[in-house]
Design a protein around this ligand. Structure first.
Ligand SMILES: [Fe+2]
Length: 261
């Protein structure tokens, strides 16, 4: 199938997914020590990790398999790197995201509003990082739901083990200040590392947004602080239909027109 490109030219889905991870810049915060980055704090997994996986688990959450109707919502390219505290890229890490649809409903049978869920929204996606530690998703800007500031849940797995569970929040959202989950992160730099711009994508004719979120793992990943349901190994990744979509090419080798990212 083809998807509209920001410059109006058709673009295959494959190329789109490639492009979206190719251009992301490194925007991590430096820690107290010059050679250490601020480690991404753990935030709760919450109760709504999918209890049944969607039919499609790729990194384009707007379209399920070969569907023709995209999900409702503000289209957002979420991308970044997975890094060690010393700034080295972490390759072959599986990044998972899950989030509510545009009406604030989760792809989870225990969400009481589930019957009104946008069935065109994948709600969950995963991506295997490349040699530069990059990942990328096309999704929607997170919507609020009662009691929480808008957020995207994000988890990182290495060798079948969940090493980090966190959330990405929207800079400038008035609900952040009162968000109990975010406020539990006492260190200011760590808290701010979870809040990123969802900025208009230059030249996008359809108002797409871009958000960059770099994940910094601890030097030695500690045991998760709560049971997790989503840890997957690379072999499971392929068994479940996960694909490494994008071996990102350097920007010069990409289609010259229309920055997708
Ligand atoms: Fe949530």
């Amino acid at each position: 199938m083809t998807l509209p490109r920001t410059d109006g030219a058709p673009m295959t889905r494959r190329n789109l997914l490639r492009g979206l991870v190719a251009g992301s810049a490194l925007l991590v915060t430096r820690g107290a020590f010059a050679d250490e980055l601020v480690r991404t704090p753990r935030l709760t997994e919450g109760p709504f990790y999918p209890d049944r996986m969607p039919l499609d688990t790729d990194n384009d959450l707007l379209i399920i398999n070969d569907g023709i109707t995209p999900a409702v919502g503000a289209i957002t390219f979420l991308s970044g790197h997975v890094l060690t505290a010393a700034g080295s890229p972490v390759r072959n890490a599986t990044v998972e995201i899950w989030q509510v649809d545009a009406s604030g409903i989760y792809l989870n049978s225990t969400d009481r509003r589930r019957p009104r869920y946008d069935e065109n929204f994948q709600g969950y996606g995963r991506f295997l990082t490349d040699a530069a530690g990059r990942y990328g998703f096309r999704t929607i800007k997170p919507a609020p739901y009662p009691g929480r500031a808008p957020h995207i849940h994000l988890a990182v797995n290495q060798n079948g083990r969940r090493v980090l569970t966190t959330q990405v929040l929207v800079r400038g959202d008035r609900r952040n200040a009162g968000d109990g989950v975010l406020r539990r992160v006492r260190d200011r730099a760590a808290r701010e590392s979870l809040v990123v711009d969802f900025a208009p994508l230059p030249d996008s004719r359809i108002g797409e947004l871009a958000a960059e979120f770099d994940v910094v793992l601890g030097a030695t990943p500690s045991a998760p602080d709560e049971p997790v349901k989503g840890a997957i190994s690379p072999s499971e990744f392929s068994q479940r239909g996960g694909r490494r979509h994008a071996t990102p090419r350097p920007p010069a080798a990409r289609a010259p027109r229309g920055r997708i990212y």
